[in-house]
Design a protein around this ligand. Structure first.
Ligand SMILES: Nc1ncnc2c1ncn2[C@@H]1O[C@H](COP(=O)(O)OP(=O)(O)OP(=O)(O)O)[C@@H](O)[C@H]1O
Ligand SMILES: [Mg+2]
Length: 161
């Protein structure tokens, strides 16, 4: 057996062990989608992926629209203020509850004053300034973390029931 055979064997032992817990834990086969966002067209794709996943989880039509709106607002911010980013949509569960987690991250300039941007009407570009605070009201959980110069991550969750 050569060194590469050993490495190959080790890999074949490790792979199923890594792959199976996720498959066993999750009742849903495709429970995560990742969409790179560079343009407004990419946001349409992220919205469609989220609707698809959320409808399989039993979300009402109204909630599907709220989730799509939340993605639009936060991903649009990533395009406009950070030259794009990434949206990751994940099926989650807690006890009997099913839900979706949406993480929108970018590597833009970051947000220096998070409490200010979370207030209705605060905009550095003279717009309505309701994207972030309005989206927080649509979702069940909402968190912004940002490091100046390092980028911004918005994590939100919505539960189906
Ligand atoms: N990803 C981001 N990176 C850097 N700054 C951001 C980011 N997202 C939001 N901001 C800043 O936070 C401010 C508030 O964002 P928010 O989405 O609430 O309002 P807006 O984009 O200005 O207007 P709109 O109501 O059209 O969304 C923005 O004006 C911008 O300065
Ligand atoms: Mg906005």
């Amino acid at each position: 057996m050569t060194d590469s055979d050993v490495a190959e064997n080790r890999r074949s032992e490790v792979l199923p062990a890594v792959a199976s817990p996720k498959a066993i834990d999750s009742p849903y086969p495709a429970d995560e989608f990742r969409v790179q966002i560079e343009s407004l067209e990419d946001i349409v794709i992220a919205r469609q992926q989220a609707r698809h996943l959320a409808s399989k989880l039993g979300f009402s039509k109204c909630n599907l629209t709220l989730i799509a709106t939340a993605i639009s607002e936060i991903a649009r911010n990533a395009v406009e203020y950070a030259n794009g980013g990434e949206v990751v949509i994940t099926a989650i569960s807690s006890g009997n509850r099913r839900g979706v987690k949406i993480v929108v991250s970018d590597r833009g300039p970051g947000i220096a004053d998070i409490p200010s941007v979370m207030r209705d009407g605060y905009s550095t570009v003279n717009r309505l300034g309701i994207g972030l605070p309005g989206t927080r009201r649509l979702m069940d959980e909402f968190e912004v973390s940002s490091e100046s110069g390092e980028g911004t991550t918005v994590t939100m969750k919505k539960w189906a029931s």
